[in-house]
Design a protein around this ligand. Structure first.
Ligand SMILES: Cc1ncc(COP(=O)(O)O)c(C=O)c1O
Length: 345
């Protein structure tokens, strides 16, 4: 816990609710405080421009655009890919379908066609083909496949990503990848960022999850696509001014926090094994996430008990998501394990 957090919140020594609870450390704050800035609406913030170019180049795309949030980046992307009356094929548990308040439909007249996903979070090529609508005036026009990786902590394999994109491309669909945790996927798959990004035409990469910035997402794709996405960002009110102050946190995160994601993955594995050994319910894990479904089916008392240890877990039911991240210390994790042990003893 850094000193700024200590002032704000002395309660949760170990906050496992999400990697969005990471807060900037001293090094990141220093980078932000000393950032060179300009007016990004005029395209004159050098720190933003460099971050956009840097991520585009890392992912093998022509250009990038900086957004305040992953939700706005995804929405601007799907609006750039689809027109009114067109349709997105998307996993029914994916963020774009389930957690973004149907923004594509509400604001852009785009329909969302949810499909089942496999146990590993992937969408099968068969599901995509089954969801594509024939060209008939009665139907919306299938236009975009929206993928996600990681999905609920699971890194979908490169082979599966390639297979499903091949099917989409064969059927003239564009592909958007919601890579809110793109670098967790790349770390787990042990591949180059470009290899994963090649499976999609556009990729949205959040810096504010395990990478630890206070906000910010970069969308990458072709220059033509990014021009459209920038226009959509303007429509959605997401164009910002001296936002290099935030982009500097992004540079710091790329320099310092990608290589340490593997630590979160290892600690998630360790934590999952500890819980399994207690034989107290079903445990699943992948990348930086652990899911626990208590045998007795409810967890309200467990939550209250863990709070006494300074440990905070989410309020999902029946399966609780717990996320490892850079602001969870080894001591914090020990407390979580001790809290589980004492509760179930
Ligand atoms: C998979 C996924 N996509 C997109 C987002 C949206 O990001 P934001 O909260 O920055 O809007 C999230 C947020 O947690 C996410 O988990």
């Amino acid at each position: 816990m850094n000193k700024h957090n200590a002032i704000r919140n002395q309660t949760w020594e170990c906050d496992l609710r999400s990697d969005t609870f990471t807060s900037p450390d001293e090094g990141m704050r220093e980078a932000m405080a000393t950032a060179v800035v300009g007016d990004d609406v005029y395209g004159e913030d050098p720190t933003v421009n460099l971050l956009e170019k840097r991520l585009a180049s890392l992912l093998g795309k022509e250009d990038g655009a900086f957004f305040p949030s992953g939700t706005q980046s995804n929405l601007s992307a799907v609006m750039a890919h689809c027109g009114r009356g067109e349709e997105i094929i998307v996993g029914k548990n994916y963020h774009v379908y389930w957690d973004e308040a149907s923004g594509a439909s509400v604001l852009a007249g785009i329909s969302l066609w949810p499909v089942e996903t496999e146990i590993d979070g992937s969408i099968s090529p068969v599901s995509v083909e089954g969801a594509i609508k024939v060209d008939d005036p009665h139907h919306a026009s299938s236009r975009l496949l929206c993928l996600e990786n990681t999905v609920g902590g699971k890194a979908v394999s490169l082979d599966k990503m390639k297979d499903v994109s091949k099917t989409a491309r064969k059927n003239n669909l564009s592909i958007h990848l919601d890579g809110a945790r793109f670098f967790n996927a790349v770390t787990a798959l042990n591949c180059k960022p470009e290899e994963l990004a090649n499976c999609a035409d556009s990729v949205s990469v959040c810096l504010s999850k395990g990478l630890g910035t206070p906000l910010g997402t970069v969308l990458v794709g072709s220059s033509k696509f990014i021009r459209k996405a920038r226009r959509n960002r303007k429509i959605l009110g997401g164009s910002m001014r001296q936002v290099g102050i935030v982009a500097a946190a992004g540079h710091y995160a790329l320099d310092n926090n990608i290589s340490r994601l593997v630590e979160d993955h290892n600690r998630a594995k360790f934590f999952a094994n500890e819980l399994r050994e207690m034989n107290i319910g079903h445990v699943d894990s992948g990348t930086n996430m652990v899911f626990f479904t208590p045998k007795d089916g409810h967890a309200d008392n467990l939550r209250l008990h863990l709070e006494k240890y300074g440990v905070k877990i989410g309020d999902q039911n029946p399966s609780i998501r717990m996320v490892l991240h850079r602001d969870v210390s080894d001591e914090g994790l020990d407390k979580a394990i001790a809290g589980f042990k004492s509760f179930y003893q």
